[in-house]
Design a protein around this ligand. Structure first.
Ligand code: ADP
Ligand code: MG
Length: 624
């Protein structure tokens, strides 16, 4: 358009578009999912605003919160329209081209190494996937606060914006028109689109309608003017015309005015999705496959990986809500890197089916921020601001229940894992295929999210014991396998009161430690804690099921009664006294006779409340 205002794409966006246009990626279908997801977001936004101000919805068709898909086979245009919040001119400039989101360069980088275009939505640049199938795109948008504008680009480094004086007024919302590339003709096929919507947009909570063609048979009088009848049928496909038997007149009808049947193509809106939200359904009726798909749509993760576990429940009582929680199959790369700075939770909050926010950090503690899911509450008020909601007293109750359910869900991964079972012999006999699928799952979970469990023990005093149950570690007897506190306790020697552990940089180093000599000789099991965070962890974890934790490199180690202890102490009194005096008292608190060693003559032990040698090492290297 000649008098349009021209803009250049921000450099990173331009690079991104080049990558997309030149991509040999075969799964081009994803553009539709991204567009529908954007339409759904825009609808969520207007619906949220309408909670406090009904006026924003306008009247008539504008109040219909829906998504419409239309095809123009001749012009090769696919358009997707929503009655969402729309974009002002400024929004169009910023959102579609000039402001690069943080994900833009991350995605470009990823695509240059081992990137999967399928992940585009996770990086917040899904819109640009339209250029997988289109060489020219128009975005027509009307926001309540502005006039209707057209954004257009041929992905040649620039885009243009002009006030829309050509198209029919949208009322409110956005229409994206894709001028399809020649090789993307398949997206003009209604069946293909129906399939895609089914596949990708099952969990969109707004109706998605397709302007679908329908063949109808119609009786028309046969008079002299047959040629015009012929024209009416011209919209049917050639194959159907060939086989059309209705063209012949039937002899019995000769007395009546002559009619004949013709096929005619009409169009009507066809609803493509079932808008009943999955979390409102009875958990017993939702299949495993449906949960997996729902997880993928929530996480914008369209790999084939299954979540480790999920929990779908309905909380009743003073505070009512429904929730679905997922343990993702993988931890995001930066989960622990930015742990203390990141605030983002992955839980979506709905109030009475209305999407409120996905940045609600009050619902889960930080250590569970790796969970994905959704909460829909009937108890929370609808017509208040986000800030007011954040302070609502029900949130505490919701949070408490969510934590419980989350920990139960994680425990179930272990409970169902045959590798975790104590009586392995029994399991070996009757190993079913379901068992096989669950086999080793907890170790996998632990490798991805174990650190979160440890951070939980540090942060969440209320649930410390529940979290401790989830702990896994290697020990001096575990033969390279992970074991749990319950298993440790079940193997404790008669008369053993304490749970023995030692901390250090690696298992190999710990196995050689003189602190272990005597314990090993006496057949005690010792836990190896080799993760830097373990030192902090053990400052919070004092006991487990009435057993105290004892660091074997610290003062206070008791290995059962030693009848000769008193005697020995007495006879070496002079030596220990001399020794204590000989060592600088700033560095050494005490010198004692010990029964913790077997071959090594003496060892330096940390005082009960002091830092262990390992902690000293960690503090010096400042790593957590
Ligand atoms: P994301 O959806 O992750 O934010 P996209 O690249 O898909 O990233 O979209 C970029 C932005 O463009 C959106 O955040 C939104 O502000 C705007 N946008 C895209 N499509 C629409 C739409 N249909 N209605 C309103 N705004 C839209
Ligand atoms: Mg998007």
């Amino acid at each position: 358009r000649a008098d349009a205002e021209k803009f250049e794409f921000q450099a990173e966006v331009s690079r991104l578009m080049d990558i997309i246009i030149n991509s040999l990626y075969s799964n081009k279908d994803i553009f539709l999912r991204e567009l529908i997801s954007n339409a759904s977001d825009a609808l969520d936004k207007i619906r949220f605003l309408s909670l406090t101000d009904k006026e924003v919805l306008g009247e008539g068709d504008n109040t219909e919160l829906e998504i419409q898909i239309k095809l123009d086979k001749e012009k090769k245009i696919l358009s997707i329209r929503d009655r969402g919040i729309g974009m002002t001119k400024e929004d169009l400039i910023k959102n579609l081209g000039t402001i690069a989101k943080s994900g833009t360069s991350a995605f470009v980088e990823k695509m240059q190494t081992s990137g999967d275009l399928n992940l585009i939505g996770q990086f917040g640049v899904g819109f640009y996937s339209v250029y997988l199938v289109a060489d020219y795109v128009e975005v027509i948008s009307k926001h309540n606060d502005d006039k209707q504008y057209v954004w257009e680009s041929k992905a040649d480094g620039a885009f243009a914006i002009s006030e829309d004086v050509w198209n029919e007024p949208l009322g409110r919302g956005t229409e994206i028109r894709l001028h399809l590339r020649d090789e993307a003709g398949e997206y003009l096929d209604e069946y293909k689109l129906k399939d895609l919507v089914k596949k990708y947009s099952e969990f969109i909570n707004f109706p998605i309608n397709l302007w679908a063609s329908k063949e109808v048979e119609k009786e028309v009088p046969v008079d002299g003017d047959e040629s015009s009848d012929e024209e009416e049928t011209s919209e049917t496909s050639p194959s159907e015309e060939e086989g059309d038997e209705d063209d012949s007149e039937k002899p019995e009808d000769e007395k009546k005015p002559k009619t004949k049947k013709v096929k005619e193509t009409t169009y009507e809106w066809e609803l493509l999705n079932d808008v009943k939200a999955i979390w409102l359904r009875n958990p017993k009726e939702v299949t495993e496959e449906e949960y997996t798909k729902f997880y993928h749509s929530l996480a914008k993760d369209f790999s084939d990986e299954k979540p480790f576990a999920w929990s779908h429940f309905n909380a009743e009582g003073d505070v009512e809500f429904k929730a679905v929680l997922f343990v993702p199959p993988k931890a995001p790369q930066d989960l622990y890197e930015s742990y203390y700075n990141s605030k983002k939770s992955n839980l979506k909050l709905y109030v009475r089916r209305v999407f409120i926010s996905d940045e609600f950090d009050e619902l889960l503690p930080k250590y569970l921020s790796f969970l994905m899911g959704l909460v829909d509450s009937d108890t929370l008020p609808l017509n208040v601001s986000r800030e007011m909601l954040q302070q609502h007293s029900s949130l505490k109750t919701i949070k408490k229940k969510l934590i419980r359910k989350a920990l139960d869900m994680i425990r179930k991964i272990a409970d169902e894992d045959p590798d975790e079972s104590n009586d392995k012999d029994k399991k070996d006999v009757e190993e079913s295929s379901a068992d096989n699928e669950k086999k080793g799952q907890y170790t996998k979970f632990w490798n991805e999210f174990g650190k979160s469990v440890k951070l939980g023990i540090i942060e969440d005093a209320t649930n410390r014991n529940r979290l401790a149950k989830l702990l896994r570690f290697e020990t001096s007897k575990s033969d390279g396998k992970l074991t749990s506190l319950d298993q440790y306790i079940s193997r404790m020697k008669a008369g053993q009161k304490d749970i023995f552990y030692i901390t250090g940089a690696s298992k190999e180093q710990l196995e050689k430690s003189p602190f272990l000599e005597r314990l090993t000789k006496k057949n005690y099991e010792v836990i190896f804690f080799t993760d830097p965070v373990d030192e902090y962890l053990m400052q919070y974890l004092m006991d487990y099921e009435d057993n105290k934790f004892q660091n074997v490199s610290k003062e206070g180690l008791k290995l059962g009664k030693d009848s000769k202890a008193k005697e020995l102490k007495e006879s070496f009194k002079e030596l220990t006294k001399w020794w204590k005096g000989a060592l600088a008292s700033d560095n050494v608190d005490d010198v004692k006779i010990s029964n913790r060693l077997a071959d090594t003559p003496c060892v330096v032990v940390t005082s009960k409340y002091g830092w262990s040698a390992n902690m000293e090492r960690i503090m010096q290297s400042q790593t957590l």
